[in-house]
Design a protein around this ligand. Structure first.
Ligand SMILES: [Zn+2]
Length: 108
């Protein structure tokens, strides 16, 4: 990727940066994900088994136009992190169920 670019809208000069994703108290670089989005009750959207690429974004200093690139990252899949999240959600649900069961049994 070039170190500097010319804006296709106004011919101003563009600087490289990235789009940040604030989630669960941490910061991450936004990613492009292969395919149409599919909703998930556990994680918001399903990412399992899909190709992902971090997005680099070029911004025009004159007009603010953004140009995004998502270069290929061979072999990168997101399935592992998502299944850990799903496992955590199931563990929390089980904990809540046990707590409710405990209260019900104590009140009998
Ligand atoms: Zn521009």
């Amino acid at each position: 990727m070039p170190q500097s670019r010319q804006c296709p809208k106004c011919s101003g000069s563009m600087a490289e940066g990235f789009v940040v994703d604030a989630t669960h108290g941490s910061m991450a670089v936004s990613s492009w994900v292969e395919g149409a989005p599919q909703k998930s009750i556990w994680t918001g959207v399903k990412l399992s088994g899909r190709g992902r690429s971090e997005i680099s974004s070029w911004r025009c200093g004159r007009c603010g136009f953004l140009e995004n690139y998502a270069p290929a990252e061979p072999g990168r899949k997101h399935g592992e992190a998502q299944s850990k999240q799903a496992l955590l959600a199931v563990a929390i649900l089980l904990g809540v169920l046990l707590a409710v069961l405990g209260v019900v049994l104590a009140l009998r």
